[in-house]
Structure formats: C-alpha cells, structure tokens
Design a protein. Structure first.
Length: 86
C-alpha cells in the first residue's frame, strides 16, 4: 500500500480491501473499497443486510503540495422485518 495512504488511514489500514490512486496536477484521489463486515442491529442483535453501495467523498489535508481526496465505497444496511414487524 502507498506510504501516503498508510499515513492517512493509520490503524484503519486493515479494513481496506482494495484501492486505486488517480494523480493529476492539482490533486491526488484515492478510491477505497472496504472489506466486507457483518453488521448487527443495535436493538435486537440480528444480522443486517446490505442495501446498496454509495460513494462518499472525504476531503483530506494536502499531501506533498496537492489537495487530497478519499472516495469511499460505503455500504448502506437494512434489517428485514419479520411478519410481526419487529
């Protein structure tokens, strides 16, 4: 993994599944996909399903004199309702 990306992510480096880097004259853009994790409902503890993926752009400080952006592929989750709507 790129040293600059390691600096940005710090301890979260282990959550990254893949990444690509786009560099142009004014900015550096990191496209990051996170590893799949299972999410539990905070109310009942049942497993939640993945609804879709959204891209989230995070602006970061300048690195090496260029603006830096992170494009994260974020998961949105939902919980299936049972026949009792619980």
């Amino acid at each position: 993994m790129d040293n600059d990306l390691r600096i940005i992510l710090g301890d979260y480096e282990s959550f990254v599944q893949s990444h690509t880097i786009e560099i142009n004259k004014k900015e550096v853009i990191y496209y990051i996909t996170l590893k799949k994790t299972f999410i539990s409902c905070p109310e009942c503890g049942s497993r939640m399903n993945i609804k879709d993926y959204r891209k989230c752009k995070v602006m970061h400080n300048m690195i090496r004199g260029k603006n830096t952006s992170l494009i994260l592929k974020k998961r949105r989750s939902y919980k299936k309702k049972n026949k009792y709507n619980i």
